[in-house]
Write a protein that binds this ligand. Structure first.
Ligand code: SF4
Length: 500
């Protein structure tokens, strides 16, 4: 008979939320897109829901560092929980480690093992097949599902078949979205979040956009944005600011500024609220929600950073990815933010999979003319980003239908793809390798506590710009080795420019 490694049911019930290990690989060095920023509050909300249901809670964070499966499993078992719920985030081919942990947990106990979050939602059925030890997944927006599941578990000691609960070989009944976000509990502050003096907070959920590369509308099951009642936002701020020393706020809403006059007024009220608390703030928004008056007002209230997902400098690409914006709006948005003095952060997909060489060159000219290629870290980011294809995304479905998906059995949840123009793919790969040298060189510089500018920051910037242009020119050439030769030459130049 197997000795139970997790104690029998105790009173009160207990749930443990586990952050899976997310090792960083050089291929994904600068890819932060494995979860939208809004996911940073998922575990906090899950813990708060469980507390409200009268459950004891624990949060175990294995997201950083090198962890061994046996150590992780032992730590989880030591919590003697009644339900173990993984907040499972894309982990770049390291899913096997989580599966090993699940194996160890399953060997010792029949405690239900579940997962929730973006990745388990998008890859729900594949993940249940991949990790057969998982008993269930909370698919999509999970708070109301969890709030209903916990008391039922208390009564029946089993995971009830509820809307939003996915179980192996059963059809999933979707859970309707939360109608009133003010009814959500105040999220716990846990994990890496607690190490920052910036408080992540949500004033809305979802987005009215449906960009083809984005996960937001897939996660919520629709292109809809729900704004939150401001009294509940203020109450949450009061409670969470009392927990630790906070110096600034970051609104993690996928689209902080909604559409229309009423939404602009609402955002102004939020700015005023932040000012009342004496906290500068940042947020993410779409370029078509930017207007000079509003941004100036928000700057007065203390806005210090805005992230704009501009994605492309070509109208043809913007149309293709369903961004519903144009390059004139981007120019104007960038200009307005610059003039306001607010720091501008950008999202850009240089190597959209259907791009032509002419579109790459158009992107470059667009960025350069806007003065966005003047600083080497930003230049490296803007000139190298390609589209990441993760299982469950619309891109995965499309490339699969087109026969362009490049699968690797060691990576069940991510894939490469064939570019429509192979030459664009060659430039993309060369820029990817070259920027990997750049990022490792910069890491070494940081570790040696020297300042990049001592190593010729403007020179490095120039090299990054030059190599991009040279690779595009080489791609037009009829000499097949031309791209390789350019890459080799610039790898040497970048390495020597960054030599510590
Ligand atoms: S605007 Fe941003 S959040 Fe909205 S769908 Fe597009 S990429 Fe996603």
């Amino acid at each position: 008979m197997t000795t139970p490694l997790i104690s029998p049911i105790t009173n009160p019930m207990k749930i443990v939320i586990v952050e899976n290990p997310r090792p960083l690989t050089i291929e994904h060095y600068n890819d932060v897109a494995n979860a939208p920023l809004s996911a940073s509050l998922n575990s906090g909300y899950a813990l708060a829901v469980a507390r409200r249901a009268g459950w004891d809670t624990a949060h175990l964070d294995f997201s950083s560092g090198n962890w061994d499966a046996t150590v992780i499993a032992a730590r989880i078992m030591a919590e003697s929980a009644n339900i173990v719920l993984f907040h499972w985030v894309y982990s770049w081919g390291h899913e096997e480690l989580v599966r090993n942990v699940l194996d160890l947990l399953r060997q010792g106990s029949s405690t239900p093992l579940g997962a929730f979050g973006l990745f388990p939602t998008l890859s729900c059925h594949r993940l249940l097949q991949f990790a057969t030890q998982l008993d269930f997944i909370l698919a999509g927006e999970f708070e109301e599902t969890l709030a209903e599941l916990l008391p039922l578990f208390g009564e029946r000691r089993t995971i009830a078949p509820l809307p939003g609960v996915a179980r192996r070989d059963e059809a999933l009944e979707p859970r309707p979205l939360v109608t009133d976000l003010a009814r959500l509990p105040v999220p716990n502050d846990v994990g890496a979040n607690c190490g920052y003096t910036t408080l992540n907070i949500a004033a809305s959920r979802g987005c009215y956009g449906d960009c083809s590369f984005c996960f937001i509308h897939r996660y919520y099951g629709c292109s809809r944005r729900r704004a939150r009642d401001l009294a509940s936002l203020e109450r949450e701020l009061e409670i969470r600011l009392a927990r630790r020393d906070i110096k600034s706020l970051y609104f993690i809403d996928p689209s902080f500024i909604g559409q229309g006059e009423k939404e602009c007024k609402r955002v102004e009220q939020i700015g005023r609220m932040a000012k009342h608390f004496g906290l500068p703030f940042g947020f993410e928004t779409r370029v078509d929600s930017i207007n000079a008056g509003l941004i100036a007002t928000l700057a007065d209230y203390g806005a210090t950073s805005i992230f704009l997902g501009i994605e492309s400098g070509c109208d043809s690409v913007l149309n293709r990815i369903g961004k519903r914006t144009n390059t004139d709006q981007i120019r104007s948005g960038v200009q307005i933010i610059r003039e306001s003095g607010i720091k501008l952060n950008l999202g850009f997909i240089m190597f959209e999979p259907d791009s032509t060489l002419a579109e790459l060159e158009e992107n470059y000219t667009f960025l350069d003319e806007l003065g966005l290629l003047d600083e080497h870290e930003l230049t490296a980011n803007l000139l190298y980003h390609n589209q990441i294809v993760l299982h469950g995304s619309s891109a995965w479905d499309r490339f699969s239908q087109d026969g362009r998906l490049l699968l690797d059995e060691r990576l069940p949840f991510e894939a490469g793809y064939r570019f429509r123009d192979d030459r664009v793919g060659l430039v993309c790969s060369a820029m990817g390798r070259l920027t990997a040298h750049y990022f490792s060189g910069m890491d070494a510089i940081r570790q040696n506590r020297t300042v990049a500018e001592h190593h010729g920051g403007s020179h490095i910037n120039l090299l990054l710009k030059e190599v991009f242009q040279a690779l595009c020119r080489a791609a037009h050439s009829t000499i097949p080795q031309q791209i390789e030769m350019v890459e080799r030459e610039y790898v040497t130049l970048v390495q020597s420019a960054l030599a510590v």
